[in-house]
Design a protein around this ligand. Structure first.
Ligand SMILES: Nc1ncnc2c1ncn2[C@@H]1O[C@H](COP(=O)(O)OP(=O)(O)OP(=O)(O)O)[C@@H](O)[C@H]1O
Length: 323
């Protein structure tokens, strides 16, 4: 097991960077239906960018490795990342390409629908990953990646992170057909209930939809039995199920008055990764992630809604006092 507590708490996120367009609607459109937006907002997005912001908010120095185009959006997302305290030294600009974009449709009850135009992520190559991990004097304590990049990038990153001695956090969202070794290197693998179901299907199991905590527990155990070091399945308002070789258990969500759940998963994963970089156990880092996500869902927006370390500490203190 890698001792991330002895390393400088520095995190590297390899991930997507988008210029998002969020549209607030009364209800999500059905196929063929036109819905008029009540409000439109432009801002930073992409699972990589969001998780990097969540980490930086926890006071953990964070570098983002990713690509943007050479359009106006590139400057906008770089400035937004810098404003959130994320290092963009490893963000490459690809000439003649547009920056990734996501159209996020959010309905009043908090459900959302997202369509991603990925941008030049096909230009991330193995040399970029190796230069940032294997050839580096001080490797990061934690490396985080998500499924918005091509599957080979996830495989190179997992292998390179292991060689560098960094803890590898894999948020397989969306699910991609990665190398089985990549899944086994994840510590933890973080997926939501839809992704967990899909993953079980990819591994040859019965992809029956998860209907809550009781369904998620055996699936998490099954992923650990398949060789994944640890697994966290997020269950929205039901919190998470977490599993490792010691067993599987449920952790409830912190109470929240929901305004907008966009980015809740990114807030959870980034905050969890920051906790691990600080040397917390998976259980401690998971509780920190749950506390952070409960704050984020009570606010509008994604990265801009993520709480700071002291706000999360307050939620954890209040919860401990109420027990
Ligand atoms: N209604 C809620 N109340 C409290 N916490 C919530 C609520 N909804 C989500 N969360 C928190 O956010 C975490 C992630 O939510 P969820 O499982 O919906 O992730 P996700 O599907 O990846 O979300 P998204 O794609 O919207 O970012 C949950 O594990 C929980 O901690």
């Amino acid at each position: 097991m890698i001792d991330s507590a002895r390393r400088a708490p520095f995190a590297l996120v390899v991930g997507s960077i988008h210029h998002d367009r969020s549209l607030l609607v009364s209800h999500l459109p059905r196929p063929g239906e036109t819905v008029i937006a009540q409000r439109a907002l432009d801002g930073l997005g992409g699972k990589g960018a969001n998780q990097a912001v969540a980490i930086a908010r926890m006071g953990v120095p964070c570098e983002l490795l990713g690509v943007v185009g050479d359009d106006d959006s590139a400057g906008i997302v770089r400035s937004a990342l810098l404003a959130h305290g994320v290092s963009v030294a490893q963000v490459g600009a690809v000439a003649g390409r547009t920056t990734g974009r996501a159209t996020v449709v959010v309905e009043e009850r908090g459900e959302n629908l997202i369509i991603v135009e990925p941008g030049p992520v096909d230009r991330i190559d193995q040399d970029m990953i190796d230069a940032n991990l294997r050839d580096r004097e001080t490797p990061p304590a934690v490396v985080v990646i998500q499924g918005e990049l091509p599957a080979p990038v996830l495989d190179w990153t997992a292998e390179s992170a292991e060689k560098a001695g960094a803890r590898f956090v894999l948020n397989l969202a969306p699910v991609l057909p990665v190398n089985p070794d990549t899944l086994c290197r994840a510590d933890p693998l973080v997926v939501n209930e839809h992704e967990a179901t899909q993953l079980i299907g990819l591994l040859g199991g019965d992809p029956a939809p998860i209907g809550g905590i009781e369904d998620a527990l055996p699936i998490a155990r099954r992923l650990v039995a398949a060789g994944v070091r640890s697994v966290v399945i997020t269950l929205g308002a039901d919190g998470v199920v977490l599993a490792d070789r010691q067993g599987a258990r449920h952790e409830a969500a912190f109470p929240a008055i929901v305004t907008d759940t966009t980015g809740a998963g990114d807030c959870f994963t980034g905050t969890l990764a920051a906790g691990l970089a600080h040397g917390e156990t998976l259980a401690e880092a998971t509780r920190r992630g749950l506390a952070a996500a409960s704050v984020a869902v009570g606010r509008t927006g994604a990265a801009s809604a993520f709480p700071t370390r002291s706000q999360v500490d307050d939620v954890l203190r209040r919860e401990a006092a109420s027990r």
